[in-house]
Design a protein around this ligand. Structure first.
Ligand code: TYD
Ligand code: MG
Length: 459
């Protein structure tokens, strides 16, 4: 086998490969992300003679002969974490946990390791960033375990996979993938080629030995380190750990999941003894809500299977320039423009004379159409200076003709609102009809609306 060394340019955000340097990546549209890396071009054969086939052999198998009775999932000890994973850790899966440095990835995975070790699972935590002493100090803050949890400080991929094959733990944590290096690739640790090579080696190792493997990947704004997006297509599951509003709250969301839905989110709070789950995030989202203020309204949206109450705030002021300003935080900017256009056309409100700002509090980003009615209610409330009673929630989709359309899972939303003491619900009339057809009669008063005109009349 003849080898020849060349250099190639990679985008460190998404891993796009190019022969030439480019200012903007044509794939992810980020600027100035290309870096040069040596790659070994193989003229024949593949690395290690591996052909990329899975551990199951190379012959086709009939569907009915495939054994679907896989080992049951492990419980993470956190119901928030298990739900995001789709019901627990799948044995032999490769999970990437991305997030900004300092957000709490190592803490989250150390807690996961402690929980699984408590449940008697064999766990190996490999850190390339911290010394064993530092890990020990962190574990002391969080809690101890008598279970089979061991630590290793190592960055060489060859030695790591050898050890994993020898020890065969049920769970392995690699903190972080950007500090690991493989002798197979020539570039520096953290480069696109290295990060991919290491992830690939871990994938093979995880599948062959049935080790559930969690990789930590730092999201880097600047610098020369490859980001976790480079690995998204290699791993089974991609989770992002982010801070909701820059405070102590952390949101775990899934961007890709081969074993579950990607709509679920988990909410955590960083405390002095590690992360704590927040089991009722609605209360958290509504904490500190202004009373008797115009322009604020509560809505109930679905985050995966869970209803969540959020406050939508609107601010409308007369514009002082020719061009009205619009700003949307937490929702899609174009959707806001569209809703304002509907308001202008269907209700005859002169929205082009006003600046409009919409904010979803609690740092959530919402893409659900059920938000529409609450956004318009907040805008109308601010424009007309009408206070929406504080025991009212609003949800529903708005169409281009100003009609209010039905949304799914109305019952769950109403139940969640009732739990937190809401007494009135403004919702699509069609949903009210369907709910009464199903014999559901909630304690809260249901006010069905068919169009925006009816909404204005209600307010
Ligand atoms: P860490 O898990 O090291 O972040 P990452 O691995 O994502 O870089 O978390 C670091 C932050 O968390 C640090 O600022 C300290 C804080 N922290 C707490 O507030 N409480 C704790 O119990 C622990 C362990 C960390
Ligand atoms: Mg860390």
């Amino acid at each position: 086998m003849r080898t020849k060394t060349e250099t190639v340019f990679f985008c460190r955000e998404c891993g796009y490969e190019s022969k030439k340097w480019m200012g903007q990546c044509p794939s992810c549209h980020n600027w100035n992300t290309f870096c040069e890396e040596p790659v070994e071009k193989k003229t024949s054969g593949r690395k290690n003679g591996r052909t990329g086939s899975g551990p199951e052999g190379r012959r086709p198998v009939l569907l009915k002969e495939i054994d679907a009775e896989k080992d049951p999932r492990f419980d993470t000890g956190f119901s928030e974490f298990s739900r995001v994973l789709g019901g627990g850790v799948v044995p032999g899966s490769l999970v990437l946990v991305g997030g900004d440095p300092g957000i709490g990835k190592s803490t989250l995975l150390l807690q996961l390791a402690l929980n699984l070790a408590d449940a008697g699972k064999k766990v190996l935590y490999i850190s390339g960033e911290e010394s064993l002493r530092q890990i020990r100090l962190r574990a002391d803050r969080i809690g101890q375990t008598e279970g089979p949890l061991s630590f290793l400080s190592e960055t060489n991929m060859g030695r790591i996979t050898e050890l994993l094959e020898e020890e065969k733990p049920e769970l392995a944590v690699i903190d972080s993938i950007q500090t690991m290096y493989s002798d197979e690739a020539q570039s520096a640790p953290g480069s696109v080629t290295q990060v991919r090579e290491c992830a690939q080696a871990l994938m093979v190792c995880a599948k062959e030995n049935n080790i559930a493997t969690f990789l930590v990947g730092h999201v880097t704004k600047e610098g020369t380190v490859a980001g976790p997006r480079v690995l998204e297509h290699i791993v089974d599951t991609v989770l992002y750990f982010e801070s909701g509003d820059g405070g102590a709250y952390r949101i775990l969301r899934s961007a890709k999941n081969r074993f579950g839905s990607t709509n679920e989110i988990g909410v955590f709070e960083m405390a002095s003894s590690g992360l704590r789950e927040v089991l009722n995030p609605s209360e958290l989202m509504l904490a500190g809500r202004p009373r008797e203020a115009s322009g604020a309204v509560v809505t109930c949206l679905m985050e995966g299977t869970r209803p969540m109450l959020m406050e939508v705030q609107g601010l409308v002021t007369e514009t002082s320039f020719g061009m009205p300003r619009r700003q949307a935080s937490g929702m899609d900017y174009n959707r806001l423009n569209l809703l304002l256009a509907v308001l202008e056309k269907r209700l005859g409100l002169q929205m082009n004379r006003y600046d409009a700002y919409v904010n979803i509090t609690g740092g959530m980003r919402v893409a659900e159409p059920a938000l529409d009615l609450a956004v318009l209610t907040a805008i109308i409330s601010s424009l007309r200076n009408i206070v929406v009673p504080e025991d009212t929630i609003v949800f529903g989709e708005v169409g281009l003709s100003g009609e209010v359309r039905a949304v799914p899972q109305a019952e769950e939303r109403i139940r969640e609102a009732e739990k937190l003491g809401f007494r009135r619900v403004i919702l699509p009339a069609y949903n009210v009809k369907r709910l009464s057809g199903e014999g559901y009669s909630p304690e809260a008063e249901l006010l069905g609306v068919r169009s925006l005109t009816e909404l204005i009349r209600l307010l």
